[in-house]
Design a binder for this molecule. Sequence first.
Ligand code: NAP
Length: 291
Amino acid sequence: MSARIIDGKAAAARLRERVGEFAAAFEGTAGRKAGLAVVLVGDDPASAVYVRSKGKATLAANMTSFEHRLPADTTEDALIALVDTLNADPAVDGILVQLPLPRHIREAAVLTRIDPDKDVDGFHPVNAGRLATGLNGFVPCTPLGCLMLLKDELGDVSGKDAVVIGRSNIVGKPMAALLTAASATVTLAHSRTRDLPGHVARADIVVAAVGIPHFVKGEWLKPGATVIDVGINRTDDGLVGDVDFNGAASVAGAITPVPGGVGPMTIACLLRNTLVAAHRNAGVALDKDAI
Ligand code: NAP
């Protein structure tokens, strides 16, 4: 194995610490803590684990956590009414509705109801539009975390060839937009892409967000490439990524492990987005580059 292992856990711990320091300073200036509301509908065990860890991380970062647990038979109207209440609550800076929602609730109806300036998940079309057009807005946490890891590793990504595999609204598309904004030359690949190995072979940066275990093979990679594995796949062998780690690690220059790579950055970026929201909502200045 020759690749450097990108330690997302350590990077996330550093980011959470910085956010906690800024959040304490915010409390001193604004006279209140930054607040994140998390809404969980139903009793999906994986979602319950995510919500619990988001709540703990929020408290540890000197912020207030508002948890709303609603039964699985909650109506769409009732959930939207709760979102309206949170939109109007000045103690709530960020709102996150845990996905997936039960089938009888339309995700888009709920997510588009969140005030875009409290949309710390960055899923609202207004924030997707802001990202696409270079305006200030909230960027989805997972691709934001990936970009931070890439910048830590490479410094500048300007001029690099990047291949993003997967075009979901929560990972692939915003990842491609972020890399484009950072002046990389981006190819956004998906299930209809022809000759994916050929595209990957030219890439200095590969971001895999496919949802298929061990999908990206080591022999596809350009030697020295930086590989970011977003995949979280539960298999009989435990959690594995979308990249064949052992094969890739002998060719890549640097690679994120699963677990311990991108995953921990997602919650840290959620806290960062909440901190930014709190400053905006309270009219307190913040140097985002310092976080
Ligand atoms: P998704 O919505 O299912 O999207 C998967 C994408 O992969 C689609 O765009 C699909 O193409 C593409 N794809 C599927 N098969 C392909 C193939 N054979 N060749 C090329 N592209 C192919 O998934 P997602 O929500 O983006 O998540 C992707 C992975 O990241 C999952 O493992 C998920 O668990 C993980 N994830 C991790 C985090 C984290 O915090 N670390 C956060 C979110 C997601 P089409 O569009 O053509 O169908």
